[in-house]
Design a protein around this ligand. Structure first.
Ligand SMILES: NC(=O)c1ccc[n+]([C@@H]2O[C@H](COP(=O)([O-])OP(=O)(O)OC[C@H]3O[C@@H](n4cnc5c(N)ncnc54)[C@H](OP(=O)(O)O)[C@@H]3O)[C@@H](O)[C@H]2O)c1
Length: 286
């Protein structure tokens, strides 16, 4: 089995390492975190690996996973490169980080030493490692970086049930922003809606019911018909006048919510127009 060194063993690091260990894909070797206690706990969870407290204690490995928070990736890569070039201690392995927004370019100091760099982003909410280990099979995983590194990671991730696909480095910010649209904005929009309902006099005790009914309804429709088919409301009807006066009312209540209403309405109108044009084209071609 190929060996795996791990720097950063939180939710993502522990989940992946435990799955690789369980499936006999990569054998966790040395584990470095910010504290001896967390590295020890990570090794216990993974059922393998030796906790260490500094880079100098990490021997060569076939693959290095930097599963530290995004803000730490560049600094950790720099420190690892400094250590590697000072000691000439490592052959040129594969190294990857797990960020959705950052590309393998973050690992440039290691690439300069001949390490094969990549990023691997799993599209799963790793709420806890214990839960994520159960939920992982079937998870989509975006691989980016050097072909040689991607090939090894594709084999390793596929072996634990991931569905891998390739993303170009220059597209990672857009790719990650898409995930923000897909999930992170939903609670924001729901919160604005509920605040506006409260401000317009809707009884607070009705809000949980409104939330559940409208969200379930919208999600069911989007899954069944796709976003364009599920669109309802003034934009779907092309009612530009209604949108303008509602936008003004929202802006009067909350300027940022008003700006969001205008921006989202513009996107909704664009989507409705494209749907109408597509239907007209397919009707005229029959
Ligand atoms: N969580 C998710 O849902 C999710 C999903 C996909 C991708 N990701 C990506 O996965 C990566 C890791 O995220 P995570 O959620 O697993 O983070 P996490 O649970 O906060 O774990 C981070 C780990 O990094 C260690 N660490 C922090 N700074 C370090 C440093 N300078 N040197 C060595 N170790 C350091 C921490 O040590 P201590 O344990 O001692 O604090 C901890 O073990 C990020 O790039 C993130 O964007 C996360």
């Amino acid at each position: 089995m190929q060996t795996l060194n791990i720097i950063g063993a939180g939710r993502v690091g522990q989940t992946l390492a435990r799955l690789w260990q369980q499936h006999g894909v990569l054998a966790p070797q040395h584990v470095l975190t910010r504290s001896a206690a967390s590295a020890q706990a990570a090794c216990a969870f993974m059922g393998a690996g030796t906790p260490v407290t500094q880079l100098a204690q990490m021997r060569s490995a076939d693959v290095w996973m930097l599963a530290v928070p995004d803000a730490q990736i560049a600094a950790v890569a720099g420190a690892l490169a400094d250590h590697a070039s000072a000691t000439h201690g490592y052959r040129q392995p594969i190294v990857f980080h797990c960020s959705g927004a950052q590309s393998a370019a973050r690992l440039a100091p290691l690439a300069a030493l001949g390490w094969h760099t990549a990023s691997a982003h799993c599209i799963l909410s790793f709420a806890s490692a214990a839960a994520a280990v159960q939920q992982f099979p079937g998870t989509a995983c975006a691989l980016e970086g050097e072909a040689a590194a991607r090939a090894v990671l594709q084999t390793a991730f596929t072996a634990i049930g991931a569905r891998c696909f390739e993303v170009q480095g220059q597209n990672k910010l857009l790719y990650h922003a898409a995930a923000v649209f897909a999930t992170n904005f939903l609670p924001v929009i729901q919160r604005v809606a509920e605040d506006a309902w409260r401000a317009s006099g809707v009884p607070a005790e009705l809000l949980p019911q409104l939330r559940a009914a409208l969200l379930h309804n919208a999600v069911d429709n989007i899954i069944r018909m796709g976003p364009a088919g599920a669109l309802t409301g003034p934009a779907a009807r092309g009612d530009v006048a209604a949108i303008a006066i509602q936008a003004a009312a929202v802006t009067q209540w909350d300027a940022e919510a008003g700006a969001a209403y205008e921006a989202l309405s513009a996107l909704a109108l664009r989507m409705a127009k494209a749907t109408t044009e597509t239907s007209a084209t397919s009707a005229s071609s029959h």
